[in-house]
Design a protein around this ligand. Structure first.
Ligand SMILES: *[C@@H]1O[C@H](CO)[C@@H](O)[C@H](O)[C@H]1NC(C)=O
Ligand SMILES: *[C@@H]1O[C@H](CO)[C@@H](O)[C@H](O)[C@H]1NC(C)=O
Length: 141
């Protein structure tokens, strides 16, 4: 199976399984909502004016629960308020196929930056060992 297809399946599984994922309703016209290979969300809230604040909150996440020793398959979600009745849900996970591993704050932040600066609606991208989610949503934590 092509790896980007696997990532797509992973994203779809997340959307249906995760209560924090407040994505737009399922697309009725799939050509309007392509899921890019990079894992950007194609709907839901946008960072809009909160992008810089989201980067600050990503730093806070990575300096707090984001960094440290993870066991295989461990997932660390945390919500941070943004301005104007908006929030961001971060999740950093070590893939279940990877033995326990340490991640430092800069590596954590480097991954989250890509989901914020590279994706207008946030994103969900898996690299070699780690899966990064940064998802803007309506409301407060
Ligand atoms: C889906 O959206 C595309 C792009 O806007 C449009 O060209 C196409 O006609 C639409 N298809 C349907 C079935 O609505
Ligand atoms: C988020 O904002 C709400 C409303 O102002 C507040 O009650 C809540 O404590 C905040 N949560 C965090 C994690 O800062």
């Amino acid at each position: 199976m092509h790896s980007s297809f696997k990532l797509l399946l992973l994203s779809i599984a997340l959307v249906s399984a995760s209560p924090i994922d407040n994505l737009a309703p399922p697309a009725t016209n799939s050509t309007l909502n392509p899921v890019s290979a990079q894992g950007c969300y194609s709907g839901g809230e946008r960072w809009a004016n909160d992008r810089a604040y989201a980067l600050q909150q990503a730093q806070a996440f990575c300096n707090d629960v984001g960094r440290g020793n993870y066991y295989a398959g461990e997932s660390r979600p945390k919500c941070y308020n943004l301005s104007s009745n908006k929030k961001v849900n971060f999740v950093l996970s070590l893939l279940s196929t990877v033995p326990g591993r340490y991640i430092d704050a800069p590596e954590c932040y480097d991954g989250m930056i890509k989901e914020i600066n590279g994706c207008d609606n946030g994103g969900d991208t898996t690299y070699t060992n780690w899966r990064y989610i940064a998802d803007p949503n309506a409301g407060n934590c």
